[in-house]
Write a protein that binds this ligand. Structure first.
Ligand SMILES: NC(=O)c1ccc[n+]([C@@H]2O[C@H](COP(=O)([O-])OP(=O)(O)OC[C@H]3O[C@@H](n4cnc5c(N)ncnc54)[C@H](OP(=O)(O)O)[C@@H]3O)[C@@H](O)[C@H]2O)c1
Length: 327
């Protein structure tokens, strides 16, 4: 029987285990997919440890919001996809019934799209969350335009790297913010116009120098915490500050500033099939011309899923950790 990764209690990576379960049939408007690989996201480790704000029913909770697969069966009313089509899964968190940490799952047809042929299986498994978040936040929400100066925190992470590529591809000016100098050259090579290393440089002064005192047009913040006050001060009056991640869980004051503040959640876009189509088209076009590529930290097999979570928890990864499912 096919394998599924589940957990019965909140805790460290050791709570994850693999069970064998029969596959469900796709309902009307759904496909069943045979997953080839999935990527591990910070949301997964938060869900596993019990710190995710989402509702998780125990025991037997599932994980996974992205992956790549082959269509295995189609439900009634599905016309655009056939058995054997390679697809990317754009999932929403669903710890009860679905999740990409499995050999098979079902999904509404609006949450899969054809896999760009240029991507390897690990790349296709790791492309959705980072690039859809970057596109959804910067393009759909903040209406980023060519020439906009865009400050991106946690820029060496999966979402940050995708945001650099999306901004650079559209002619905006991505300014990457990282804690340590080690990844500076890599991010410049990936399209960042400048890299601010907060261990060495003062953020406010450096942004002022880089923007001739004007401030940036858009901040995409993946960190939150007390640093958000400084980020708000780095934006020009009338600019936009999007908070999408919470890597720093310390309490923070609300940064009163004349800005548009947005709490961005990519899953709100993923629930809208029209938005998924736009995101998939944007992604495919960027991949085709070589502008978009996820960075892969490493690939492990399903039996090493706990190891994949340990690595993400350690913070030693650089790019996406991918788990292949074929056993
Ligand atoms: N709202 C949404 O829709 C959405 C979608 C996807 C992801 N997210 C969130 O976005 C965040 C980033 O996700 P990701 O997939 O890019 O993560 P990731 O690939 O694991 O990268 C995290 C990066 O953040 C840096 N970092 C970690 N803790 C930090 C801190 N306290 N201060 C500053 N930098 C820190 C790390 O760099 P160094 O250790 O090298 O400094 C690392 O490069 C997560 O909180 C995730 O849950 C939100």
């Amino acid at each position: 029987m096919p394998s599924v990764v589940v957990f019965d209690e909140f805790g460290g990576p050791e709570v994850l285990h693999v069970v064998d379960e029969p596959v469900a049939d796709p309902g009307p408007g759904e496909v069943r997919i045979r997953i080839e690989a999935f990527a591990v996201n910070p949301l997964d480790t938060m869900t596993r440890s019990g710190s995710s704000p989402g509702h998780v029913v125990l025991p037997h909770a599932r994980l996974g919001v992205e992956g790549t697969s082959v269509v295995d069966a189609v439900g009634a009313d599905v016309r655009d996809l056939r058995v054997g089509d390679p697809v990317v899964l754009a999932a929403v968190p669903d710890a009860t019934a679905r999740g990409s940490y499995a050999q098979y799952t079902t999904a509404p047809v609006g949450r899969v799209f054809r896999r760009p042929a240029e991507l390897t299986v690990p790349e296709a498994a790791a492309v959705w969350v980072g690039f859809s978040t970057a596109y959804g936040a910067l393009v759909e929400t903040a209406r980023m335009r060519p020439g906009d100066r865009v400050l991106i925190t946690a820029a060496a992470g999966a979402v940050g790297r995708a945001a650099i590529q999306v901004a650079a591809h559209l002619g905006a000016v991505p300014i990457a913010v990282v804690r340590h100098a080690g990844k500076r050259d890599e991010l410049l090579a990936a399209g960042a116009a400048a890299v601010i290393v907060t261990d060495e440089q003062d953020l406010t002064t450096t942004v002022a120098e880089l923007t001739d005192g004007a401030g940036v047009d858009i901040v995409l913040d993946l960190v939150a915490g007390p640093g958000i006050v400084e980020l708000a001060a780095a934006a020009r009056p009338g600019g936009t500050l999007l908070t999408a991640g919470f890597l720093d869980l310390r309490p923070a004051p609300f940064p009163f500033a004349p800005l548009t503040f947005v709490r961005y959640r990519s899953f709100e876009h993923t629930l809208d099939p029209a938005a998924v189509r736009r995101m998939a088209a944007f992604l495919a076009a960027g991949v085709r011309v070589g502008a978009f590529r996820p960075v892969i930290d490493g690939v492990v097999g399903l039996d090493d899923v706990r190891e994949a979570h340990r690595r993400l928890d350690s913070g030693q990864h650089s790019g996406k950790i991918v788990v292949t499912v074929d056993r």
